[in-house]
Design a protein around this ligand. Sequence first.
Ligand SMILES: NC(=O)c1ccc[n+]([C@@H]2O[C@H](COP(=O)([O-])OP(=O)(O)OC[C@H]3O[C@@H](n4cnc5c(N)ncnc54)[C@H](OP(=O)(O)O)[C@@H]3O)[C@@H](O)[C@H]2O)c1
Length: 303
Amino acid sequence: MKEIKLGKSDLNVSEIALGCMRMSELDTQKASRVIETAYNEGINFYDHADIYGKGESEERFKDALKNTFINRDDIFLQSKTGIRSGYYDFSKQHIVSSVEKSLKRLGTEYLDVLLLHRPDTLVEPEEVAEAFNQLHSAGKVKQFGVSNHSPLQIELLKKYIDQELITNQLQFGLMHTGMIDAGIHVNTKDENALDHDRAVLDYSRLNDMTIQPWSPVHAEDGVFLNNPKYQKVNDRLSEIGDKYGVDNEVMSIAWILRHPAEMQVILGTMTPERIKNYSQASKVKITREEWYDIYRAAGNSVP
Ligand SMILES: NC(=O)c1ccc[n+]([C@@H]2O[C@H](COP(=O)([O-])OP(=O)(O)OC[C@H]3O[C@@H](n4cnc5c(N)ncnc54)[C@H](OP(=O)(O)O)[C@@H]3O)[C@@H](O)[C@H]2O)c1
């Protein structure tokens, strides 16, 4: 498994990470198998949030990890804060107390990375700064980042906080390519030129922030892989996959990893066989021509 540096930090992380949003649906034994399978494939990074399974996903992870041979210090744990029931909350009080509860549920003294989950329009960045300083100086959080944030929202935070923001976790995959479409169609009258993401891809590369694509195999109506509604892209992924000895599922992840922005893709599957299969994507490097070919097969145009 290829490792990358996360943003400007010194964390060497696997370019494929495991998202634990759905871990609360497993019993402890199955969760242990999922974690061990991922680790054996070279996945050393596990993504959480305070709200996943209403906290149960973090708890299940703690119990499951105990039944494996893996030490806490051999892996990276990331969690998120800021989403509450029907609103967002970046107050100092909420950030600090949410992290303390995550630490307890995960059974760890520290988070490697904490992300602000979704932008809070009522954010008072001075409060975020105070919360980050408190958590960082107490050794409870090592690194910080954001999720679903635009470049200017990040700039606002950066004006106040002392720590680097090393990641931006964003929805991205073959059927959710807005951040790429806007750059390809720039200065045309095409609908795709609409920049919903505010040049977040270029901003991330310019500022050495690692994009962490979430829901990588999802279209708006569910998983697109092997779904007849998305036949053309599945066929193209399979055809090009044949050349590399992998299937269309592996190719969908290899397509993301081929982008030179060096993203860290967050898989959401809780099926050990799928984790093993997807991990092969790290060994596949498709050509530039193949990358665009797959992009077009997903229904996109190149002007
Ligand atoms: N920052 C954010 O706002 C945000 C939002 C959403 C998610 N996330 C993070 O991103 C992670 C990944 O998100 P996600 O779970 O939506 O990602 P995903 O990998 O696109 O989807 C995983 C889901 O799709 C199913 N699946 C995967 N491969 C499949 C295949 N080949 N055929 C049929 N079904 C397949 C899985 O089922 P099985 O488990 O049965 O294999 C699972 O239910 C989450 O765990 C979470 O950590 C972040």
